[in-house]
Write a protein that binds this ligand. Structure first.
Ligand code: THU
Length: 134
């Protein structure tokens, strides 16, 4: 299977596991690292609404916990017919571990709907370089 297909299937599988009893809006995200490892995450809501977390954040946490720190590509899959692009906070979370040309693929259950680069979704971004890192 092509790497992007594998990533797509990982995002779809984890979306089904989302805990979203309040919004009923399930999101799945799957990250591929430069050497092909895949990490997935789903949104996890909470009765105290602001404490809930996004799918992308969950996938990033899994990646970092396993010792990885570079995102080569990410697939985000949400509900409905509209494009579910990463929220503003998640664009910044992705930015921490990605390059301007890193691919962010937005998917529905039928497949990839549109692909962006990080720089398209978060231009002129603040990042590690501002603090003298990387
Ligand atoms: N959500 C994500 O998981 N990722 C995004 O980028 C957009 C929004 C979740 C948060 C909340 O659980 C639900 O979608 C509705 O906003």
């Amino acid at each position: 299977m092509a790497p992007l297909d594998t990533l797509f299937h990982a995002a779809r599988a984890v979306q089904a596991k989302a805990y979203a009893p309040y919004s009923r809006f399930k999101v799945g995200a799957a990250i591929m690292t430069p050497d092909g490892k895949i990490f997935a995450g789903c949104n996890v809501e909470n009765a105290a609404y602001p404490v809930g977390s996004c799918a992308e954040g969950g996938a990033i946490s899994a990646m970092v916990a396993s010792g990885e720190s570079r995102i080569a590509a990410i697939v985000v899959m949400g509900e409905g017919d509209s494009l579910v692009t990463p929220c503003g906070g998640c664009r910044q979370r992705i930015r921490e571990f990605a390059a301007p040309d890193t691919a962010i693929h937005v998917a529905g259950p039928e497949g990839i709907r549109k692909s962006f680069t990080l720089d398209e979704l978060l231009p002129f971004s603040f990042g590690p370089h501002n603090l003298g890192a990387r």
